[in-house]
Design a protein around this ligand. Structure first.
Ligand code: ATP
Length: 301
């Protein structure tokens, strides 16, 4: 997994990058032993999500005191529902997910799950309840089996294979000469963007969290792969409370509820049609992305 002979400051650097990338790294915290920015209250109980309603209540946050990033962000994702967040680059979309995972605490307001402030519960239990499909999946230099099983290391082989099947990556894996034992990562087989996302989906299926965060890849996959992955995600999002961080609007036109974040504030919310009809910020973003799409040569997509 990690070579512990690597100097610790290097690990610190990797840790920060990984944290920035919203990777599923609960266990890495322990391995690296870096002081954390948030800590548990003594005797904090474990989170036991029921329906897992997620609420941001008047949340303010900045990475540095002088520069607010989120301002009075207030929204609810009812248990089992999906909310998508859009906004220009730097609007604070991924920051919402970092706060929900409690990499940082809000400076004002609070975040609750089933009405319980996430600062009041044991962090390990909070992170067990949330599955993140990150923008860019980090693969360990190990077998593809290990990379999927990482979602829940105590899973049986049957469970790992079932997760790979539901992420539609099983057939690909068994077509490889060494099947599930094929080494991947830097020193092994390089997986495509779509294959890496499927590994992340399989990990998440295995983890079986009540809450799902999908941080959409910024780099576009080819349209067919993207559609297929969307369908797989819609499948695993069913019954789970889901936050989609969308970097392209085309992927969320079907979402029940879209929040438009602008300079850290929620400026509009509604579904695609309602927001287009409003002719506001969302409609502007949509027009901008349509123009960009048309001006991109087909072979560059
Ligand atoms: P994108 O669509 O480009 O991913 P985003 O809306 O997800 O953007 P965030 O990643 O939430 O944006 O970042 C919001 C702002 O916070 C940005 O201006 C960014 O520079 C700043 N920021 C992000 N992470 C940190 C950090 N660790 N320290 C300081 N500032 C940060």
């Amino acid at each position: 997994l990690l070579q512990l002979s690597v100097p610790l400051n290097y690990l610190g650097m990797v840790y920060r990058e990984v944290k920035q990338a919203l990777v599923n790294i609960e266990r890495m915290f322990e391995l690296i032993g870096e002081p954390q920015e948030v800590s548990d209250l003594p005797g904090a109980p474990a989170l036991a999500p029921r329906g897992a309603e997620v609420r941001f209540e008047h949340v303010d946050f900045g990475y540095e005191a002088a520069r607010p990033i989120l301002r009075d962000v207030d929204f609810t994702i009812p248990a089992g529902h999906t909310v998508a967040v859009v906004g220009t680059s730097g609007a604070g979309k991924s920051t919402l997910a970092r706060l929900l995972f409690r990499f940082y605490d809000p400076t004002g307001g609070r975040i609750t799950i089933d009405g319980v402030d996430i600062r009041a519960v044991d962090q390990a239990s909070l992170r067990r309840a949330i599955g993140i499909v990150p923008q860019d999946t980090v693969l360990f230099n190990d077998s593809i089996y290990y990379n999927i099983a990482y979602g829940r290391p105590e899973a049986t082989r049957e469970e790992v294979v079932a997760a790979a099947r539901s992420a539609h990556i099983h057939d690909f894996i068994v077509s490889l000469p060494d099947g599930y034992d094929t080494p991947v990562g830097e020193r092994g087989l390089k997986l495509s963007g779509g294959e890496k996302q499927r590994v992340a989906i399989a990990r998440t299926v295995l983890k079986d969290p009540a809450i799902l965060v999908f941080d959409e890849a910024t780099s576009a996959l080819d349209t067919r792969t993207e559609k297929a992955i969307q369908a797989e995600l819609a499948d695993i999002a069913r019954e789970r409370t889901t936050l989609v961080i969308a970097h392209r609007l085309s992927t969320i036109v079907d979402a029940d509820r879209i929040l438009v974040l602008d300079h850290g504030r929620v400026v509009e919310s509604g579904n695609h049609e309602a927001l287009l009809a409003r002719g506001g910020r969302y409609a502007q973003l949509w027009a901008l992305q349509q123009r960009e799409r048309l001006s991109t040569p087909a072979d560059a997509v």
